[in-house]
Structure formats: C-alpha cells, structure tokens
Design a protein around this ligand. Sequence first.
Ligand code: ATP
Length: 311
Amino acid sequence: MPPVITVNHLSKYYQDIKAVDDISFTVNKGDVYGFLGQNGAGKSTTIRMLLTLIQPTAGTIEIFGMDIRKHREEILRQVGAVIERPDLYKYLSALENLRLFAKLSGLKLSDTQLMLQLERVDLHQRAHSKVHTFSQGMKQRLGIAVALVHDPQLVILDEPTNGLDPQGIADIRQLIVELSREHGKTVLVSSHLLNEIELTATRMIIINKGKKMAEGALKEMFDPSKMLIELRVANPDHTLQQLQQSVWKSLLVQQEANLFTIRMNETDIPRLIADLVSMGVAINSLQPRHSLEAYFLSLTTSNQHVDHPAN
Ligand SMILES: Nc1ncnc2c1ncn2[C@@H]1O[C@H](COP(=O)(O)OP(=O)(O)OP(=O)(O)O)[C@@H](O)[C@H]1O
C-alpha cells in the first residue's frame, strides 16, 4: 500500500522568499503526523499546496499514491481539511450547518447520520443551538465535523488549537486521537507548539524557514543528552560565579537575570542538584525546557556530556 502522502523536493518561492525550500516527507496510513514549525516556517504554505490551493514552484505531491496534478478531484473527495477559522453560518444551528454543508458536497445524509457526526465531535447535545452561542472551541469542533461530513480518509488540520482555551485545546487533542484510533483516519496536524504535537503525533516533521530540520517519531528526534534544563535561582551572581568555576561551565547555554539554561543529559540532573546545593546556590526551581525553541537551540549548540570528577 503506498503512503497516504508522499512529498518530494517540494518548494514554493515568493520572489526572493523561500516559503518552502526543498522539503520531502511521507505520511503513512493511520499516522497522526505532526507538522511543526514556528510562525512563518512554511506550514500553511505546504498545506495549501497539499490541498492544491496554490501551485508549487518545484517538487511533487502524491496523495493515496496519485499525483495531485493529475487526479485532483479524485483525491480531494477523500480529504477533509480545516484551514484558518472554519466558515460557519452563525445564525444557523450546528445541525443546520452540517446539513447545509453535506448538501453542498452532494451528500444525502439523514438527520440521524448527521447527529452521529456531531456526536463524534461531542456536539450532539448542542445540535439545535445557534452557532453564535458557541465557544471558539465548539466552533472549531463543528468546523472539523463539517470537514469530516463526507467521511474522508485523510484529515488535514492547520493550527486547530489556535486561540482556544486549555479545555478547548484538550478537546481537540482528544478528537484527533479518536479520529486516528477509533475511526482509522490519517491526520496531518500543524502547530507551532511542540507540547501540543508530542501528545498526539505518532510521527512528526519539524520545519524552520521553509527547510526540513528533522522527521521521525518523537523519541528518535529528541536526544536526552541534548536536553535543556532551566534553573531559576535566588542568587544569580553567586550562581554564575560558582558555575563558571565548575565542570558545568561548558554546558551553560545562556543566562538571563535569575534564569540559567543548561544543556545536559537527563541522567546528570541529580548530580547537578547535589553540586548546586554544595555551591550554595539558592534553587527556586529546576525544570526541563521542552519547546520548539529549545529544540532549535539544542540543534545549534554542540553536544557535550559532563565529565564529572569521581567523588
Ligand atoms: N502569498 C504570499 N506572498 C508572499 N509571501 C508569502 C505568502 N504566503 C506566505 N508567505 C511567506 O512565506 C513564509 C511562510 O509562511 P507560512 O504562512 O507558510 O508560514 P506558517 O509556518 O504557516 O506560519 P504561520 O503560523 O505564521 O502562518 C513567510 O515568510 C510568509 O511571509
């Protein structure tokens, strides 16, 4: 069986801006594939090319093993997407919206079938409420129900949690997992937040300034020896002086006021704490920094282990 998506050497240039610069990746059936990048990385541009909304400058895209230039309509019949905010009729109810979009897609679905679709996004109890009474998270879930109305095999969601509160984010996360595990959908979801993707994605790609930085499963990509630790202290001057005279000196990545960032292996944390205490460092907190920014920082700083002196 061919991969669901195969992208080869894809590029999109806007004059001198390389929005997408020679990226290749594959998404397999059943994957929740995370598409990660900071703002302006090229996520939306790639998604727009996958949906044939814009033309690539170079490269090829195959979906379900077919070239999107040659089999556009056949492919798009099996794709559901939510990009930007979903376009909904706010003075119609959830059920009326879904009924209308089903009709526009040429589908004849009964209200019972439509209610099942609303149940999938946990909106069945609000089926008859007008959309203008919905929270942003509920509108986003209804947008996903609209994208799923024709029961596509591939679901593409561009930053689906943008602007949502923590409960709304958790609901979308759960919905993504259910789509994949219970309904067998393949999902491509973009985000600029690593912690957003790491909880749902089976595989992911990280792009930066249009270029692919890494691709794979989370545990393959995050080397624990390159972990960044954030240390907050009450006595930063003393801490800096002590760290500079210690074996930890070479691992200090940056200091901003009372916040120190140290790149190290997770297994060295107990030793670091013991050393800090013996150096008279007043520790306020110590925690791993797990973010895209930290990942980029860890890629661009060299990898060193602590050679701790024997006790
Ligand atoms: N129509 C356009 N004309 C010119 N430049 C564009 C156009 N669309 C995107 N870009 C540029 O391409 C780059 C990638 O943009 P893109 O929207 O794909 O990023 P993104 O990763 O989706 O980020 P965001 O989350 O901020 O939308 C940016 O530098 C952006 O300014």
